[in-house]
Write a protein that binds this ligand. Sequence first.
Ligand SMILES: Cc1ncc(C[n+]2csc(CCOP(=O)(O)OP(=O)(O)O)c2C)c(N)n1
Ligand SMILES: [Mg+2]
Length: 583
Amino acid sequence: MSHQESLTAYLAAFSAELVHSGIKDVVISPGSRSTPMAMVLAEHPDLNIHIHVDERSSAFFALGIAKASNRPVAILCTSGTATANYFPAIIEAKYSRVPLIVLTADRPHELREVGAPQAIDQIELYGKHVKWFAEMALPEANKDIIRYARTFCARAAAIASQAPAGPVHLNFPFREPLIPKIDATLFELSERPKGYVKAHSGELTLTDADFKTIADNLQGSRKGIIVCGTIADGEFADAVTRLADVLKFPILADPLSQLRSGKHNQEHIIDTYDTFLRNADAKSFLKPDVILRFGAMPVSKALTIFIKENPDAEQYVVDGASGWRDPALLSTDMIFCNETLFCEKLLGYAKAEDTAEYLLKWKQINQLAKNGMAQIRDKTDMSEAKLFYQLAEMLPEEATLFVGNSMPIRDLDSFFLNNQKSIKVLANRGANGIDGTISTAIGAALYSKKMYLVLGDLTFFHDLTGLYIAKRYGIDINIILINNNGGGIFSFLPQSEHSEQFELLFGTPLDIDFSHAVKMVDGHYARISDWNHFSSEIDQTRYSSEIKVMEVVTNREKNLAEHREFWNSVSQEISKFVNGERS
Ligand SMILES: Cc1ncc(C[n+]2csc(CCOP(=O)(O)OP(=O)(O)O)c2C)c(N)n1
Ligand SMILES: [Mg+2]
């Protein structure tokens, strides 16, 4: 067989196997060394091919697709620095457990370490941030190598999907000439042979005896709380709320737990703990003796501190992917079991508690904090807090809300409260970067009904090239850009006391007119003037399908003062209440 035929047969087998493994979307960045793979993938009738020039943005875009579609996504780029631009999204994928199949093209071995152009060391480039790395063999068309190409593809997809899901990396050396033979018979020979490898896996579980012991231990009027961080499983909400009802434990629901929005029973869901756990009286009033944790660590620092301040509480950490998420190093029991299964199994052993005194205390304090939100609701000026407070009401049913890091995710945590709508909330909380946010949200928008992205001005600026993907593929995205001209979060940190250096090193105002960036991609831009304007612009998003950027201009100093005033006044009310209960 000729070089070209071998190259083609090898890559056709690989691409066919990618499809058999459930991959539907591939994001490709242009380049020369990746030519044969790009041309073959693009021919496959069952693959959606997305092209984007910026590899950093492409990888985040793929991450967003994978997050929303719950399927691994493949990305392909050429050799050299292109591969390094994938790194931030690979890191995010690892820590947020999202499956990515990273395909990088490389020089063949004789052109490595000899000064050949665009040749860098791509072997294990991403280190421990990928679950698996393989240096692929040079293309050949003999039976064994074809079978090998298929097996490694199936294996890559299986490893990427297996809990904890994450990125895998296959590096492909290609020798010139790089043009494959594209014709009608391209995938004919790569029909999947019968009985070919299939990966099987199941959910992690415990023994019945374990479930019984744990259930017994959680019973008997214990002062227990359930803490839920990011959980993607749609079945979890129903299972955990039923368990909470039986145990009479409050559920402290992170905004990414998907528990604050939806039709499930929200009776025991506490949504303002980030506000009231800043108050010492509330913390001593609500001291738990057992903590049951699910999902990633919550966003709220106040909650993290509260957990740390209760080292004597037994702490069960349930992780269906056998991770070890315990930064306080205080867990007493690490439970490697699928989270939904854990709740359901426990329900089989637990008897309904009849006293709910401790739960009631949580609800009373939660209500006080909610009452205090009136001062946020009644603001007439543009306010970052109020923006998040209003979102639940303003967004349409089945919206997806993607939230940028920095203050947006924190304000979401504080002010986005329980509601009955089916609003899915997403964020890049694996490594908390402000990079790639637009691209990830646009990727997620591909598999979401209506996407709303809320992010800060520096986060927006950081990922401007991502906007282009929405233009190129006509993806509907509604962006709420909170422009406080710099990093608002730093005003909440101790460096804000150092006024001589603060603006230069942390405030970092951009002083730019974002409307030009929106114009560049033919988007609709609106500079929001007041709350009525904001509400009518959001309303219009229901009927439009375009790139829409609503810029809300705020002020960092005023924002800090507003948050402080709110926390202080709620704190006073809570202390009054707690001290009244005690006396
Ligand atoms: C890639 C990356 N670089 C730097 C940081 C550090 N960082 C955290 S928040 C922040 C400022 C973000 O500003 P903006 O998006 O305007 O949000 P705001 O703080 O104003 O809410 C920076 C630079 C980070 N998290 N990720
Ligand atoms: Mg900002």
